[in-house]
Design a protein. Sequence first.
Length: 80
Amino acid sequence: HTFLNAFTYPDRTLYPVASRNRQDFLNLIDVYLDAVFNPRCVTEEGWWVLKQEGWRYVDEGDGLEVRGVVHSEMLGAYSD
C-alpha cells in the first residue's frame, strides 16, 4: 500500500508520498530527493525533460502552439 502523486497549484506543486512498508517509503524518498537535488533536466542528456514537462512552442505549419504537461495541467486547473 504505497501512495505517490503530484498536485499542481497556481504557485507550487506538491509531491506527496506514503507507504505502509518502511523500505518502500525510504526508496521513494531517495528517488524524490535525488530528483530534487540532482535534476537531469539541467544536464546535457536531460534537456528533453524540461522540453516535455514544462512549456514548449510547437509549429506544425499553422502557427505556434503552446504544449507541455505543466501547460496542460494549468489549463485544466483554470477551466470552468
